[in-house]
Design a protein around this ligand. Sequence first.
Ligand SMILES: Nc1ncnc2c1ncn2[C@@H]1O[C@H](COP(=O)(O)OP(=O)(O)OP(=O)(O)O)[C@@H](O)[C@H]1O
Ligand SMILES: [Mg+2]
Length: 255
Amino acid sequence: MIRALFNKKGGVGKSSLTVNLAAISAQRGLKTLVLDLDTQCNASRYLGKENAEKDSSVFELFDQTITFHLRKKPAIEYCQPTDYENLHMIPGSAQLGDIESELSSRHKIYKLKEALEQLNEDYDRIYIDTPPALNFFSLSALIGVDTVLIPVDCDDFAIQGLKSLQQQIAEITEDHNEKLKIEGIIANQYMANAKLPSRIVDELISEGYPVIPHYISQSVKMRESHQEQKPLIHLAPGHKLTKSIIAVHDEIEAD
Ligand SMILES: Nc1ncnc2c1ncn2[C@@H]1O[C@H](COP(=O)(O)OP(=O)(O)OP(=O)(O)O)[C@@H](O)[C@H]1O
Ligand SMILES: [Mg+2]
């Protein structure tokens, strides 16, 4: 099962939720992989893997499709263990952007799908963190995954962006990946006592978006977890924020 967390809007919680959902999955005993496709490498930093060498990051996985390598490494050789049992990662790379236009002009858009098909044999769950744009890398991910989870922050522009996103995903489904579906919209940074978040979520539901019925609260614990480079399930297993992410995890796994 391969999931991407994607939203063209920045700062909505893609990296935070990728790492935390994956860590919960691993803790439950599922062999889980995190793939970081964002040149910001926030998910990699979160898991203590921000300084990966080019040849052990996602950079070379793509680069070997456009430059000569004596031996093409299978995708599994890029997977590194983390500090947590059952949780592996392919670290991101700040240099990934340097090869984007060449990858694109040489039509390498299905290469990640091929790699994911191999990795799917070794992992029970794969979670992909994506950049905040529909570029070559996020498109490659959407072509190769089973489902997409869309985190939204509960502010006024959340809905605007979702309409065009939904249309773009529908087009990718039609043209490239017929199994692709939007598994859920994840309401993040939800403040139960504020009016705006509940109005936004109600509006999303009334417009028919598949909003996951557990909302993720806003808490400074998230930033602390990033700073400590420790997923919430390990840093603060009983915290309200952690429990809300567990609820989302269990909801998508129950399907
Ligand atoms: N539930 C939450 N409560 C408090 N802070 C949060 C929460 N979720 C995310 N944040 C904070 O919001 C910021 C953005 O989160 P994150 O990096 O996960 O978003 P993103 O969508 O991956 O951003 P980008 O588009 O830049 O990749 C981070 O500083 C993170 O700590
Ligand atoms: Mg991010």
